[in-house]
Design a protein around this ligand. Sequence first.
Ligand code: PMP
Length: 460
Amino acid sequence: MTYQNYSLKQLQAIDAAHHLHPFTDHKELRGIGSRMITRADGPFIYDSEGKEILDGMAGLWCVNIGYGRSELADAAHAQMKELPYYNNFFKCSTPTPTLLAKKIAELAPKNINQVFFGSSGSEANDTAVRLVRHYWALEGKPQKNRIISRQMAYHGSTIAGTSLGGMEGMHGQLGGAVPNIVHVMMPYAYELGLPGESDHDFGLRAAKAVEDAILEAGAENVAAFIGEPIQGAGGVKIPPASYWPEIQRICRKYDVLLMLDEVITGYGRTGEWFAAQSMGIEADTITTAKALTSGYQPLSALLVGDRIASTLVEKGGEFYHGYTYSGHPVACAVALKNLEIIEREGMVERVKNDTGPYFAEKLQARIAPHGLVGEVRTFGFLAAIEIVKDKKTRERFMEPGSAAVTIRDHAIANGMMLRATGDTMIMSPPLIWTRDTIDMACDRLLMALDLAEADLRRKP
Ligand code: PMP
C-alpha cells in the first residue's frame, strides 16, 4: 500500500479524475471531494485525517462482526494458498462452498436445505427471479410468471434488481424494465395509516394490497410475491406484526411463492438468524448477502426452499444460469469463519435479549422526545428516525430530504456515521455494539440533532 505517499488533496483529485462512485451525483461530488476512509477497527472507521467515526451503519448494513477481525484475514490467506479459485461448473465442486451451504442450511428455517451462491445481493435476486419462473415452467405453468413487489422496495441495481425494486428514480433511468413485475403499497403506517386505524388493521390492509394484485392478474398468472421483511434502503419500514402472517396466508391461498429479500436482515440483525424466524413465516426463497461475510468478501447466497429444490431435482433439465464466482472458495472460507464468530460470541442472542432491547429503550427515551423527531422505530439492530418540522402535525421541512442530510452531516462531523434516506435517518449498527457503544451513539446523535435544529429553524 502506497497511498500514504499521497496527500488527501492528491487522492481526491485522482478519485475525481478516474473513479465513478455508486449512487452518486458526480457533478456534486467533484465540487466537494470524497472523504477518504483509510482504516477501521472494531466499531470505528477512520478517515485519512485520523478522524474517528462510530459506524452506525456497519458499512452498508454488512459488517456485523465489526472491523479488524484477523481470523477472517487468516481464513482468506489459507484458502488462497491452498485453492484460490475453482468453479462449480463441469460437475465439479470445491469443499468450502459445500461446507458453507451445509452450515447455512442448518441455520436457516426448516424448509430450506439448498443454497445457490453469487457475489452480490443483486445477483442473488436475479437468480431468484430466474429460478422462480423456471420452477413454474417445470411445473407446466410457464404463464404463472408475474412477480408482485412493493413501492420503495430495494432489491439491487442490476436490471432485474431495479425492476423488482420500487424506487421511482431508478425506474426512471431503466429504459425498459424486466416485464411482468408490479408494485403494491408498502406497510408504512407512519405515512399511510388512516386516522384512527390501528397498527394491526393497517397491517392487514397493506397485505390486502397483495391479494388485490393477485386477483387482478389472476392467480394462475402470479409466480411470487417478494419483499424485504423490513424495508431497509426505503427507510427501515417495520411492518405491523399482523402483516407477514397475513401475507403468508394469502400466498398459500392462491399458490403464490413467497420470496424474502434478507440481504439486510439475514445473519442476526433482527435478533434471529433470519427475519423469517422473527416474523414466524416460511419462505420459498431467501436472498442473503452482506453479513454472510460481514462484508469482508463479496458473497451472496440464495436460500432455496424444499418445494422449488425438489422440483428442480425431480424434473431435471439444465438451469441455464450461474456466475464465474458462484461459490468462490475464498469468499466462502471467509463466510464460514464469520458465521463461526457470530455463533461463538453469541451475537444473535445478545441482540435479541440484551443489546437490541437496550438500543430500542435508549432511542425511545433519548432521541424520540427531540423536537425534530416524529417517530423512532426499531427492530433488533435496525432503527429509523423520522425527521419533522412539527412533532404534532408531522409536517416535514419544505425541501424533501434536506433536513435529514443536515443532521447526517452534523453527525459525521461529530464522529457518528448514519444514513439519510428521504426524511428518515436510518441506523444499522454492527452486532458487536455494547450498551456503552449505544450510549455513545445516542450522545453523538443528540448533539447532531441539536446543531441541525439550530440550522434548520434559523432558515426562513
Ligand atoms: N436487497 C436488499 C434488501 C439490499 O439492501 C441490497 C443492498 N443494499 C440488495 C438487495 C443489493 O445487494 P448488492 O448491493 O450486494 O447487490
